[in-house]
Design a protein. Structure first.
Length: 262
């Protein structure tokens, strides 16, 4: 999951930058509108309705698209934690089919494995520490698989072998799925387009506000704050391990599973 080291600082910086940029463009648009109306009072707003409607409509569509995508990816990541917990739990229960001596070693490996998998995501946003835990988890997967294969050979039962190894295979595969899901985000060009549309909308909104005789600070500050906050929330949901919107609480089911392993 590739994220900035100090995500909170970066997110606040992005919020402040968007707020300031939006406010500046609002004021710039208002001044351009005042100048245009002074030169051409009757035709200053002619033909701008279609342009404003198109730009604001596209901005609303892109905001809805990015927010909906971030929310759906958030739900998918949460569901994958449940699926991994179920996969590990099923594989752990099927260890009962193996010889008692092999069960003891494998159960110890499973407890260590679950702890390591929890650490992979708890170490974020420290990428190096997270990668180190991921390497440990991968090594444990190989160790568990090797011991399980040897135990299945000792049992010499195709049914037991199929049940045990298929559940282990599912447990291992889900880690790749979770890793890919955690790194899946919209292309950078989408956020760049959103930012450009936001600035263009601010300029047009400021131009439209120039019809008033006095400056409405409430509307300008409110518009800038709401737009900046909307983008901030979208980015925050995209990285649910390091922002205000967290997914950590779902990890409790993995903790409960580990505690149940006796």
């Amino acid at each position: 999951m590739e994220i900035p080291f100090n995500f909170t600082f970066v997110a606040v910086l992005v919020f402040a930058f968007i707020f300031a940029s939006t406010f500046i463009l609002l004021e710039a648009g208002r001044r351009l509108g005042v100048r245009r109306r002074a030169l051409d009072p009757e035709g200053a707003a002619a033909g701008l309705g279609a342009v404003e409607g198109a730009v604001f409509g596209l901005l609303g569509l892109l905001l809805a698209f990015t927010f909906s995508g971030a929310a759906s990816r958030f739900d998918a990541r949460r569901q994958l934690i449940v699926e991994e917990t179920n996969a590990i739990g099923t594989a752990y229960l099927r260890l009962d089919l193996l010889p008692p001596d092999d069960q003891l070693k494998l159960r110890d490996d499973f407890r260590t494995y679950v702890t390591t998998r929890l650490s992979v995501y708890r170490k974020l946003p420290d990428l190096e520490a997270s990668k180190a835990e991921m390497s440990k988890a991968t090594a444990l997967q190989g160790q568990i698989w090797t011991r399980a294969v040897a135990a299945c050979k000792a049992v010499n039962s195709p049914a037991v072998t199929s049940l045990v190894l298929s559940s282990l295979n599912e447990m291992i595969d889900i880690t790749t799925t979770r890793t890919v899901a955690s790194r899946t985000h919209p292309p950078v060009i989408v956020f760049a387009m959103l930012f450009v549309l936001l600035l263009a909308s601010s300029l047009l909104a400021g131009h439209g506000a120039s019809a008033g005789k006095t400056l409405s600070w409430l509307h300008m500050i409110g518009f800038a704050f709401i737009m900046a906050f909307a983008v901030y929330v979208i980015i925050d949901i995209e990285f649910p391990r390091v922002g205000l919107v967290r997914i950590d609480y779902v990890d409790q089911i993995l903790v409960d599973l580990r505690d149940s392993m006796r």
